[in-house]
Write a protein that binds this ligand. Structure first.
Ligand code: CTP
Length: 219
């Protein structure tokens, strides 16, 4: 067993390095879209699922690149991004040579068209923000050859129906679907319960477990 010291914690790399020689890029966290220098639009993603995937892929011997919306002090490559546009740039710049990409990040679908240069003053009444669509990172990379591309899908209703439509719309190889209407799993919790859907719409249910264990099953 190869062992390495990571900060103060001893990390033992798995004996069974099933991903040795593989390059894997994982995104994690919720992007933040600026309204002005101190305010932004974001979502409730904690980034725990993406981080669990990155940690487990590393333990399984993979060459990991984590593109996240938070700094991760880890023994693998970490690129910190804030907005969807920054995340898109980081993913595309690091795409070459990857065997697999897992988009676990909750990417904001919209950004504020004209982010204010100075803090917006209260003017009373209604404040209107104009939102424009962000690029769909997952969809745009799905045609890249020789890679397994996996997306995540957060749904609050009609989980499997929406997930099946989404994998066809996006064109990825796998989609991991989870039900965000449940308070005990998913966003901002330590546990998850997911369905893995493949291109042929085969579905595999992974029962409620820690995000660490779910990550291993996905990998
Ligand atoms: N995703 C992405 N770029 C976006 C939006 C989403 O790459 N601009 C990725 C996410 O990282 C995730 C997958 O697409 O892997 C599905 O995200 P989700 O929010 O469930 O789907 P949307 O495409 O945003 O569709 P909708 O919000 O309408 O359900």
């Amino acid at each position: 067993i190869a062992s390495c010291l990571v900060g103060s914690e001893m990390c033992i790399r798995d004996r069974n390095k099933k991903l040795k020689g593989k390059k894997i890029l994982i995104t994690a966290g919720g992007t933040r879209e600026k309204i002005d220098p101190v305010r932004y639009i974001t979502n409730a993603s904690s980034g725990k699922m993406g981080l669990a995937l990155a940690d487990n892929a590393y333990r399984m011997g993979a060459d990991v690149t984590l593109v996240s919306t938070f700094k991760a002090d880890k023994p693998y490559k970490n690129i910190v991004t804030e907005t969807a546009l920054e995340m898109e740039k980081a993913v595309k710049e690091n795409l070459s040579g990857q065997d697999c990409v897992i988009m676990a990040a909750a990417v904001s679908d919209y950004r504020v068209e004209n982010c204010a240069e100075n803090k917006i003053k209260k003017q009373g009444g209604v404040l209107e923000l104009k939102l424009v669509e962000n690029p769909d990172i997952l969809k745009s990379i799905c045609k890249t050859p020789n890679k397994i591309i996996c997306g995540f899908c957060a749904e609050s209703e009609n989980l499997l129906e929406n997930a099946k439509a989404k994998i066809q719309k996006k064109g990825c190889d796998f989609l991991i679907a989870n039900d965000i209407s449940r308070k005990d799993i998913g966003f901002n919790t330590d546990e998850n319960e997911v369905y893995i859907i493949d291109k042929s719409l085969n579905i595999k249910h992974i029962e409620k477990d820690t995000k660490e264990n779910i990550a291993q099953r996905i990998l």
